[in-house]
Design a protein around this ligand. Structure first.
Ligand SMILES: [Zn+2]
Length: 265
């Protein structure tokens, strides 16, 4: 029935690939190649992940660099009403966490607590739900299916947004710190946490989540994101499958502009 419904809707609102605009499919085979790569570590690209407290940032794995079709599709999913991409992104994230190296790292004696990076109330209302939270639920289910004890917990929330334009310079400075708070302290004490987000940019939000988790005695063991913003000047291949040595220059490599300045996540 959902297939018939999709066909009927397609008569009214033709579907196009969210990555390249190809007609009649939500996510085409060509764009799928960008999400079908071997998982990559990406924490070194996010300068603000390091809390400068003497502890190295937790490892963060991603499916792909945040360029090309995936970049366009994430924007369409978050702010263009393309909720139909949820299964595509959920599958890509699950593929990352059940890849042998990542799965081996995450497995442990106690259930892993899977937490989505919290979004503001305004963003949730605008998008009609907690999109990243839904991805976290899919990741937890995928881990369980892959034999890793895990469960999703809505453990963090964003603090109140403050309009910094009406504040003095010192208050504006404080505003730059992302405000994340724990919600279910008793579930977090002593737990191992996997953080889930869509895109890793500067790492400021991840760092705020780690700080909030550690305040209540939880340990952030790793993060998983769909995509990671390349470092300024880094050259990546946005279209082909996984290059053997990572994302270094290839025949179809594209220069990447810095995106992170306007996106603190
Ligand atoms: Zn496409």
């Amino acid at each position: 029935m959902p297939g018939l419904l999709a066909q009927l809707c397609g008569l009214v609102l033709p579907v196009r690939c969210a990555g390249c605009g190809a007609p009649d499919e939500a996510w085409c085979a060509s764009c799928s190649q960008q999400l079908g790569r071997v998982p990559q570590r990406c924490e070194h690209r996010a300068g603000r992940l390091d809390l400068l407290d003497g502890h190295a940032p937790a490892p963060v794995w991603c499916a792909t660099p945040f360029v090309g079709p995936v970049r366009r599709a994430v924007s369409a999913w978050k702010d263009g009403g393309r909720a139909d991409l949820h299964p595509v992104f959920a599958r890509a994230l699950v593929a990352v966490v059940v890849a042998p190296d990542v799965r081996g790292f995450l497995a442990g004696p106690d259930p892993l607590i899977v937490v989505g990076v919290p979004t503001s109330g305004a963003a949730r209302r605008r998008r009609g739900g907690d999109l990243v939270g839904d991805l976290a639920a899919a990741v937890a289910a995928g881990l369980v299916e892959g034999g890793v004890a895990a469960r999703r917990v809505t453990a963090l929330r964003r603090g109140r947004d403050v309009d910094s334009t009406a504040l003095g310079a010192r208050a504006r400075g404080r505003r730059l710190r992302v405000d994340v708070r724990p919600t279910v302290r008793h579930l977090l004490i002593g737990s191992r946490v996997l953080l889930v987000d869509d895109v890793l940019t500067t790492g400021a939000t991840f760092a705020a989540c780690r700080r909030a988790l550690e305040e209540v005695g939880a340990q952030l063991v790793a993060g998983v994101v769909l995509a990671s913003t390349p470092s300024p000047g880094e050259v990546v291949d946005a279209t082909a499958g996984t290059p053997p040595g990572g994302w270094s220059a290839g025949p179809r490599a594209a220069s990447v502009e810095s995106w992170s300045r306007s996106h603190p996540g």
